[in-house]
Design a protein around this ligand. Structure first.
Ligand code: NAP
Length: 318
C-alpha cells in the first residue's frame, strides 16, 4: 500500500522523540515533517533535539528541517495526518491544521479497568496512587536536586485530570445521529475516582496502584479477574494493526512484578503489565487491588496515537 504521509508536532519533546522512533520504517506511515517551537524551527532535527532515548536518532528524522507549529508551514506537504505531541497550552495552533489530526490519548494504565468492565460490568469506585516517571514531565523536567534521593508527592494539575479522563475512557460510545452513524462518548458519570499522583526517579514507566469496587454483587474473584485480563483482546489486535502487541495486558503471578526497569518494554512498550492482583478485605469497601505499569511515552502517548492511526487505516477511514 502507499504509505500515509504524516507529520509530528512537538517532535523535540519526550513524546515527540518516541513518535520518531515508532515511525521509523513504519509499514503504513511515512514521516515527512517535524514541528516544534520557533526556537527550534529552521534547523535540522538532530541539531535542535536534546535526544534522551536509548536508541539513536532515526536516520530518516535526523536531517529533517524542523518547522514552526503553524498550519501555514505545513500546507505545501499534502499530509494525510498530523500527530500532535504538543501541550494543551499551545492547543490553539493545532486547531488550524486542516487535515486529520490524532491527539494524544492519556490512556496510561486504564486499559486493565477497561478490560475488567468489558467482562464484569461497570466499576463504581476507584482509588489510584501513582508513581510517575521523569520523562512524564518532559525535558528538562524535574531538577536533579529535587528528585535524587527523593519522591515528590504532588504533580501539579495531574490529579484533577484523572477523574474526567477516566469517566470518558470508562464510558461507552453512543450513536448521536442514526442517519450518518456519528458517534459520541457517553461518560461513565457515576464513577467515583480518587487519585494521588507522585513523581519518582524512574526514567520511563508509570506505576499505578489501584483499588476498585464493581457495581455487581458479588464481585468477581481475583482468579476470574486474572483470567479476564489474560484473555483480553483489544480492538487494534482484532484489526491486525501492525504495532498492536501480541498481549495487550501481561499478568504477573510473581509478587514483586511488574517493575519499571524490567517490564516497561514488554511487547515493545505497547503492553500494560499488571501484578499483585488480589481481593480486597472482606469487610472493606474495595473488591480488588492490583498494580499496573505502562510505558508512559509509548502505550501512554505516542504508541496509542499511532495505533489509532493504524486502526483508522484498517477500517478504511484514512
Ligand atoms: N511525557 C509523557 O510521558 C506524556 C504522556 C502522555 C501525554 N503527554 C502529553 O504530551 C504533551 C507533550 O509532552 P512532552 O512530555 O513530550 O513535553 P516536552 O518534552 O516538554 O515537549 C514539548 C514539545 O512542544 C514544543 N513546544 C513548546 N512550546 C511550543 C510552542 N509555543 N509552539 C510550538 N511548539 C512548542 C517543544 O518544542 P521546543 O523543543 O522547540 O521547545 C517540544 O517539541 C503534553 O501535553 C503532555 O501532557 C506526555
Amino acid at each position: 500500500m502507499t504509505k500515509k504521509r504524516c507529520a509530528v508536532l512537538g517532535a523535540t519533546g519526550s513524546v515527540g522523540q518516541r513518535f520518531t522512533l515508532l515511525l521509523e520504517d513504519h509499514p503504513q506511515l511515512e514521516l515527512i515533517a517535524l514541528g516544534a517551537s520557533a526556537r527550534s524551527a529552521g534547523k535540522p532535527y538532530k541539531d535542535v533535539v536534546t535526544w534522551k532515548q536509548t536508541s539513536p536518532i532515526p536516520s530518516n528524522s535526523a536531517g529533517i528541517v524542523v518547522r514552526e507549529c503553524k498550519a501555514k508551514h505545513f500546507e505545501d506537504l499534502d499530509l494525510d495526518l498530523v500527530f500532535s505531541a504538543l501541550d494543551s497550552s499551545v492547543a490553539g495552533q493545532r486547531k488550524r491544521f486542516p487535515r486529520l489530526q490524532l491527539q494524544l490519548r492519556r490512556r496510561r494504565c486504564r486499559l486493565p479497568i477497561v478490560a475488567l468492565q468489558a467482562e464484569f460490568g461497570r466499576v463504581s469506585d476507584v482509588e489510584v496512587f501513582t508513581e510517575q516517571a521523569l520523562s512524564g514531565a518532559g525535558y528538562p523536567g524535574v531538577s536533579t536536586m529535587d528528585i535524587v534521593d527523593n519522591v515528590i508527592p504532588y504533580i501539579s494539575g495531574e490529579e484533577d485530570k484523572l477523574e474526567p479522563e477516566a469517566r470518558k475512557i470508562l464510558g461507552s460510545l453512543a450513536t448521536v445521529n442514526d442517519d450518518d452513524g456519528d458517534l459520541t462518548v457517553k461518560e461513565h458519570d457515576t464513577l467515583n475516582l480518587d487519585a494521588t499522583c507522585t513523581r519518582v526517579g524512574v526514567s520511563d514507566g508509570h506505576m499505578v496502584y489501584v483499588s476498585l469496587r464493581f457495581e455487581r454483587r458479588p464481585p468477581p474473584s481475583a482468579e476470574q479477574v486474572k483470567a479476564a485480563l489474560r484473555n483480553y483482546t483489544s480492538e487494534v489486535q482484532r484489526l491486525g494493526c501492525p504495532s498492536a502487541p501480541r498481549r495487550a495486558i501481561v499478568v504477573f503471578e510473581e509478587a514483586d512484578r511488574p517493575q519499571p526497569r524490567l517490564d516497561r518494554d514488554l511487547e515493545g512498550g505497547f503492553a500494560v503489565s499488571v501484578g499483585r492482583i488480589r481481593a480486597g478485605r472482606e469487610d472493606g469497601h474495595f473488591d480488588l487491588r492490583f498494580v499496573a505499569l505502562s510505558h508512559n511515552t509509548t502505550v501512554g502517548a505516542a504508541g496509542s496515537s499511532i495505533l489509532n492511526a493504524e486502526a483508522a487505516i484498517q477500517k478504511g477511514l484514512l
